[in-house]
Ligand binder design. Structure first.
Ligand SMILES: Cc1ncc(COP(=O)(O)O)c(C=O)c1O
Length: 379
């Protein structure tokens, strides 16, 4: 048996998505910028994809810009947001995705911004009181806080952060790469200036994503070239990627209630079985809290053992694809910057399991059993 439990890294492509994409790989090959019939047909398909996504997010098509994925969308919103609004202060955390932390570090090194870290509570949640304090001290800043952490699954109160950001005139960017397609984002209610998505996290193709940019918070173009994407991003569009992205999001919204129930049940089952079978097991961040954690992610914290470093390797040998990384207090280049920031002195092992609509209860039982066996041997 081979079990895939690394869906926060990437998800398998949905067959329905592939079927929607296939014609654009073969017969509908025109360049969407061409004005002849071949081009016009493809242009129409791109615009209809944009419209579909805008409907799902309750925004206007002009607020959706296609990118090569979450990383490019994060880089663009942060870098161009800072440039466009002459922003001098950024508020973020050390546990954002590297697409955010590294972009902010570059801007800080250039002397463009001063970076301020908002305090986290013991479970890794953003301290909203401290956020407000920073916003008061540094109005008109950039706030970059992810909606859900890709490693530990902690969910942000994005509504509240949006309201606070609006109150202090901050440019609020939220990395929603892990929540897009798993939660509904209503852009008429969220006070977010920019958010980001990568199609491969919700059964779409790799190498394509989008950014939402609120129409009153336009930003300058970052990739110069042709007039594609309403002059926001030069370069011939990833046509079949865009078609697949829109189809994947449409399916995700269509089946969201059912999939949420299914995946949440798998996660609860795993938590229960791990607690029964591994003495001393804990869960990193607020990963076991069903209210404040992404239902697709469970980050397991295993008691200290010399063999912890080999756990992922051994799980792989046993047929389980998962990921993780220890807190790595030794400062070596491997290890998780998220766990390192939250548990700097921990020597416990960590495995991140992440689930999708395709996983089954049998797979959860298999993985739990193998982890418990390994741990018994190694502990
Ligand atoms: C939270 C988060 N942000 C950004 C990214 C990067 O997205 P992409 O792979 O589409 O560039 C990922 C993917 O791992 C992610 O989990």
């Amino acid at each position: 048996m081979r079990v895939y439990l690394d869906n926060a890294a990437t998800t398998p492509l949905d067959k329905e998505v592939f079927e929607a994409m296939a014609p654009f790989m073969l017969e509908d090959f025109g360049n969407p910028s061409s004005t002849h019939a071949h081009g016009r047909k493809v242009r129409a398909a791109i615009e209809s994809s944009r419209k579909k996504i805008a409907e799902l997010l309750n925004c206007t098509p002009g607020e959706i810009i296609f990118t090569s994925g979450g990383t490019e969308a994060d880089n663009t919103l942060i870098t161009s947001g800072v440039q466009t609004y002459n922003i001098k202060h950024a508020i973020s955390t050390p546990i954002e995705h590297h697409a955010v932390t590294h972009t902010l570090e570059v801007l800080e090194k250039q002397g463009t911004i001063e970076l301020h870290h908002v305090e986290l509570d013991k479970n890794g949640h953003v301290d909203l009181g401290h956020l407000e304090k920073l916003l008061k001290q540094f109005p008109n800043s950039l706030v970059s806080l992810m909606h859900a952490n890709n490693e530990i699954g902690n969910l942000l109160d994005i509504q509240r952060v949006g309201e606070l950001s609006k109150q202090y005139n901050a440019f609020f960017h939220s990395d929603t790469v892990q929540t897009m397609g798993h939660y509904r984002h209503n852009m008429k209610e969220l006070h977010v200036c920019g958010l980001t998505a990568g199609a491969h996290k919700f059964h779409g193709p790799k190498g394509v994503g989008f950014m939402y940019i609120q129409k009153d918070r336009k930003i300058a173009q970052l990739i110069h070239g042709g007039a594609q994407e309403r002059n926001m991003r030069g370069g011939t569009e990833n046509v079949y990627g865009i078609i697949g992205l829109a189809k994947a999001l449409e399916i995700a919204y269509r089946d969201m209630a059912e999939h949420t129930r299914h995946i949440q049940a798998l996660k609860s089952r795993m938590i229960e079985k791990l607690r029964e079978n591994i003495p001393g097991v804990l869960f990193n961040g607020d990963s076991a809290n069903s209210e404040r954690s992404l239902y697709t992610v469970l980050n397991v914290s295993l008691p200290e053992s010399e063999e912890n470093d080999m756990l992922l390797f051994n799980l792989d040998l046993q047929g389980i694809s998962a990921s993780g990384g220890s807190a790595c207090s030794s400062g070596a280049s491997t290890g998780s910057h998220v766990l390192g920031a939250l548990y700097p002195n921990s020597k416990r092992g960590a495995v991140r399991f992440s689930f999708s609509k395709y996983n089954t209860a049998e797979e959860i039982d298999f993985a739990t059993e193998k982890l418990a066996d390994l741990f018994k041997v190694n502990a």
